[in-house]
Ligand binder design. Structure first.
Ligand code: NAD
Length: 299
C-alpha cells in the first residue's frame, strides 16, 4: 500500500540514489547503513540498527554488496529475518546469487513474509533519474502488490518468474556488460596505440557491428577524460562475473567467455583501481600496454 512505511538497508551508490528518489516522491525512508553518514546524505531518517528498520517498517528494501553481506544482514542474530513479521515485504535489490536468494525466500515464507529479488540495471545515472530497469523474482501476487514502491526509481519493472528469477536475469545481463566493457577497453587502447582518432573510431563502431553499451554510453565520455565515477566498481564487476560462472556451473552450461572479463577486472583491482568505477579497466589495460591513456594529459 502506498502509505506503508518504507525502510532501506544499504545506502551506497545505488541504495542512496534510490532512497533519494523515494523521499523526493513523498515516501519518507528509515535508512540504515554501516557508514552512519550515508542516511543524511540521501535524505533518509537514520536508524541505529537493522532491527529498528525491520520493526518500524512494512516494506524493507536492501541494496548490499553481495550475497555474503545479504545473508549476514538477513540471518544475523539481530537481523531482518529474526525481527520480521507476517505480512511484511522484504526486497533485495542487490546483485546476488539466485541460489542464496531462493534459500532466504524459503526461510521468509515460513514466517509469512514476502521475499522478492529485484536486480537493477542502468547504473548510478539511471538510479538518479529514476529510470532503472528492474528484473523481479518472487510470488506474483506479492510482486503486483508492491509495484508502487518501485515507481519512483524505475521505468521498467519486469516480473521474470519465481524467487531467484530476477537475480538470475541480472547475472546474465551483467556478464554481457562485463564482456563488452572489457573488450571495448582493449580495442580503444589498441586504437590509441595505432594512432586512430578515437572519436572517429567510436563513430564507426557505433554504426558497425561492434556497437555495444560501452561504445554508445561509456567511451564517448571516457575519451574526453570523464570516467563517469560513481557507478559499479571493478571489485563489484568481478563479483558479478564470478556469480555468473557459479550460475553457469549450477545450470551445467559451459562458461567459455568468462576468462576475458575476469582477467581484465582482476588486473584493474591488482593495479589499484578496484574501488573505482569499472570503466577504469581501460587505464589498467593502458598501464600494461606501455602507459596508455585515451586522453592525453593537457589536451
Ligand atoms: P556500494 O558499495 O556503493 O553500497 C553498498 C552499501 O552497503 C555501502 O554504503 C555499505 O556501507 C553498505 N553496507 C555494507 N555492509 C552493510 C551491512 N552489513 N549493513 C548495512 N549496510 C551495509 O555498492 P553499490 O554500487 O550501491 O551496489 C549495491 C548493489 O547493487 C551491489 O550488489 C551491486 O552489485 C548492485 N548494482 C550496482 C550497480 C552500480 O552501477 N553501482 C548497478 C546495478 C547493481
Amino acid at each position: 500500500m502506498r502509505n506503508d512505511k518504507v525502510g532501506f538497508i544499504g545506502l551506497g551508490n545505488m541504495g542512496g540514489r534510490m532512497t533519494r528518489r523515494l523521499v523526493d516522491a513523498g515516501m519518507p525512508v528509515l535508512g540504515f547503513d554501516t557508514d552512519p553518514s550515508r542516511a543524511a546524505a540521501c535524505g533518509a531518517t537514520a536508524a541505529g540498527s537493522v532491527r529498528e528498520v525491520v520493526q518500524d517498517c512494512d516494506v524493507v528494501l536492501m541494496s548490499l554488496p553481495d550475497s555474503n553481506v545479504v545473508e549476514a544482514v538477513v540471518e544475523g542474530a539481530d537481523g531482518v529475518l529474526a525481527h520480521s513479521r507476517a505480512g511484511q515485504t522484504v526486497i533485495d535489490l542487490s546483485t546476488a546469487a539466485a541460489s542464496s536468494t531462493q534459500r532466504l525466500h524459503g526461510l521468509f515464507r515460513d514466517k509469512g513474509v514476502h521475499y522478492i529479488d529485484a536486480g537493477i540495471s542502468g547504473g548510478a545515472a539511471a538510479a538518479e533519474k529514476g529510470t532503472l530497469t528492474l528484473m523481479i523474482g518472487g510470488d506474483a501476487q506479492a510482486v503486483e502488490a508492491i509495484r508502487w514502491v518501485f515507481q519512483p526509481f524505475s521505468t521498467k519493472a519486469l516480473h521474470m518468474g519465481a524467487s531467484g528469477a530476477g537475480h538470475t536475469t541480472k547475472l546474465l545481463n551483467n556478464f554481457l556488460n562485463a564482456v563488452s566493457l572489457a573488450a571495448t577497453a582493449e580495442v580503444m587502447v589498441a586504437g590509441k596505440k595505432a594512432g586512430l582518432d578515437l572519436h572517429q573510431l567510436l563513430d564507426v563502431l557505433n554504426s558497425s557491428s561492434g556497437v555495444n553499451f560501452a561504445t554508445q554510453n561509456r567511451f564517448p565520455h571516457i575519451v574526453d577524460g570523464n570516467y563517469l565515477e560513481g557507478g559499479l566498481t571493478s571489485k563489484l564487476m568481478t563479483k558479478d562475473v564470478v556469480l555468473y560462472v557459479d550460475l553457469a556451473h549450477e545450470l551445467g552450461v559451459a562458461s567459455l567467455n568468462a576468462s576475458g572479463p575476469l582477467s581484465c577486472f582482476g588486473l584493474a583491482t591488482a593495479l589499484g583501481y578496484g574501488d573505482k568505477i569499472s570503466n577504469r579497466v581501460v587505464d589498467a589495460i593502458g598501464d600494461v600496454s606501455g602507459g596508455i591513456r585515451l586522453k592525453d594529459a593537457g589536451h
